[in-house]
Design a protein around this ligand. Structure first.
Ligand code: AMP
Length: 281
């Protein structure tokens, strides 16, 4: 019989539980309000490790002042029930004060790749992400950490941080989990009203269109961006932040596509800002 799942709120308690865990330890950082996308990472961690740690922390430093930190969906009780079913060993749920005590002022910053795409629309977002993820890695000391391809730029930034700062763990990136109609699962999908939800499938349709054009031999990135943009604009509630076809290492926009290329987009529907991507191989 596996031990019951344990919950740590204090960093000291998390560290104490960590010392008792069997190696290797898989770690899944989340902001909670869990869906099947998150749970796919937990399952993968469970399959590849003797122990599994999941964190739930809505990280204030990765939200801009006009963003949805205050209204971000939260349901810890439901999350804990889901994690228990996945045989999670430890759930780390720190408070904001525990992670950011008064006068906190140390930051982890990755340059260049954080300035494009999400970074261009959300200044200081990635500084918040890399700082909290570095802190979580120091506290949990995982063997492997699991991230979703859904947040492609985040995965690229974290891999770079881990490599360049010599963090002693392996980063595993897992495929995007989608709703039956293709919409990528996201905690923010709960913001969509029924009409917005119907129209939001256009993100996936635009990515499919890019894949189709690529498969038919189109190599001109501007033409593919144009066709994707035109398709999205047919949905009256869609407001495009960006449509990008970029080098997956530097995130520089491509003129002529040579694989692999990252096709990514950010589109707002009402107060939901949705992102998605595919890689052209
Ligand atoms: P979040 O709670 O949004 O910070 O996400 C926590 C982790 O789950 C991140 O590594 C995300 O990339 C990943 N994730 C979120 N949505 C999905 C999805 N639909 N498929 C796969 N992974 C996901």
């Amino acid at each position: 019989m596996p031990l019951a799942m344990r919950v740590a709120e204090a960093i000291a308690e998390m560290r104490r539980l960590r010392r008792e865990l069997a190696e290797p330890v898989g770690f899944v950082p989340t902001m909670g309000y869990l869906h099947d996308g998150h749970l796919s990472l937990v399952k993968r961690a469970r399959a590849e490790n003797a122990s599994v740690v999941v964190s739930i922390f809505v990280n204030p430093t990765q939200f801009g002042p006009q963003e949805d930190y205050a209204t971000y969906p939260r349901d810890t009780r439901r999350d804990l029930a889901l994690l228990e079913k996945e045989d999670t060993d430890v759930v780390f749920i720190p408070s904001v004060d525990e992670m950011y005590p008064p006068r906190f002022n140390s930051w982890v910053e990755v340059g260049q790749v954080t300035e494009r795409l999400e970074g261009a629309c959300r200044p200081s977002h990635f500084r918040g992400v890399t700082t909290v993820v570095a802190k979580l890695f120091h506290i949990v000391q995982p063997t492997k950490a699991y991230f979703g391809q859904k947040d492609a730029q985040q995965a690229i930034v974290i891999r770079k941080m881990v490599a360049e700062l010599n963090m002693n763990l392996e980063v595993v990136v897992c495929p995007t989990v989608r709703e039956p109609d293709g919409l990528a699962m996201s905690s923010r999908n709960t913001y969509l009203n029924p009409e917005e939800r119907r129209q939001a499938v256009v993100l996936y349709q635009a990515l499919k269109l890019a894949q189709d054009l690529w498969a038919q031999g189109e190599r001109n990135a501007a033409r593919i961006r144009q066709e994707m943009t035109a398709l999205i604009r047919k949905q009256p509630l869609a407001h495009i932040d960006y449509v990008s076809i970029a080098d997956p290492e530097t995130l520089e926009e491509l003129d002529t596509i040579k694989p692999p290329a990252l096709v990514s987009l950010a589109v707002k529907f009402g107060r939901a800002r949705l992102i998605d991507n595919v890689v052209l191989e």
